[in-house]
Design a protein around this ligand. Sequence first.
Ligand SMILES: [Zn+2]
Length: 458
Amino acid sequence: MTTLRTLLWFALIAAAMVAAVWLAERPGDVTIEWHGWRMDTSVGVLLLAVAMIAALCTTLYGVARWLRHAPGSLIGSWGEGRRRKGYRALSQGMVAVAAGDSGEAQKLARQAEKLLDEPALTLLLSAQAAQLAGDREAARRYFNEMLEDEELAFLGLRGLLMQALRDGDPTKALGYAERAFALRPDTPWVVRSLFDMQARAGKWLDAQKTLQSGLKSRLVDAERGRTLDALLLVERSRAAERSGGDMDAMENAKAAYGLAPERVPVAYRYAELLLKRDEARKATRAIEKAWAVAPHPDLAQLYLSALGEKDPVKRVQALTRLTASNPDELESHVALARECLEAKLWGEARRHLTAAGGKRPVVRVCRLMADLEEAEFADGEKVRHWLARAADAPGDRQWRCTACGAVHERWQAVCDSCGAFGTSQWRAPDPVAGEVTRDEPPGKAVIVAPAEILPPER
Ligand SMILES: [Zn+2]
């Protein structure tokens, strides 16, 4: 390379010398006259002057170019290195968060904050690092700052929502969930959390709207949506009755019954209100219809009080009518056995209890057998035998939360142990495979996929 350049230089000098000799051999004068100025010179001097001016211009142009670009590119490459270091600190910080190393995460968050002049990018890491270190106040501050950035607002809301839930502040949490829903109404955990929170707060109408939105975006399947809607209507009916709106109470109960007559609380609510309005015939018909799909002791009791029958034998006859649509069902046998005991129809009572018990009678059946032995024969030994069997009989049907498994004495719209809505069902323990179970509630730690925190493409 150097040799080639040297050769080129020699060639150039040689050419210049040849040109100089050529010019010296051919002398000539040049006279320039311009605005009263006059200059006499030789052709050689003129050409030399032109060459020098050209060289000077080229040099000046080069210096100007260097001045314009060089400092810029110097600063540029320095800034690029800084940014790269910043992003490295950011991604290593996320790894430290995932690994649960709070000290390292906080150190890297501070580094990233210093190196990257984009607070929006480092906020999430700083918030998570603070959360990991147990500094709730700092985490809340960072999450709040995230709300000001359009792209990070949703993540900020999620962080604040989780924090409010952990702080046991449902009102604040509901506010954040509403804002998150406004930003992204199609995000499953947002719809689920908002629905549960609205139901927990007794905002039945709002919960219904969230449910409708979830149905529209296919986050809730139609079957489950129908049941939840009916249960929300039952709660709206109760709320209306409490505030003196009897008409609304009836309308909501009727709409609920139209949607899901197979849910005990729905059928019970409708029949109960019909009875309150002295529409006993309609009430008994509604209960008879419900018994075929949702038999329950409370419905049997409501049926008997709708008829207002006091005579024990006639009460047995009434229950025989009620249970005719579902005669082999455990609840039918148990309801009839109870009334037969009251009517002293021992044989019938025993027949129903034997039919209900099968090989392993449940607790209720064992206790009723003990009552029967006591009432019919006063047989202490048999009574003790049945009470002993009751003690380790298979679990009976009860109101159980399908989300957390808690057992409640009465039906609850919102489970008081896990806060889920519409999960209370009348059934035996150990749910049969394939039955409706709820999805996991939103996770406890705010772990965000790296894709969500990477800088946008440049
Ligand atoms: Zn529960």
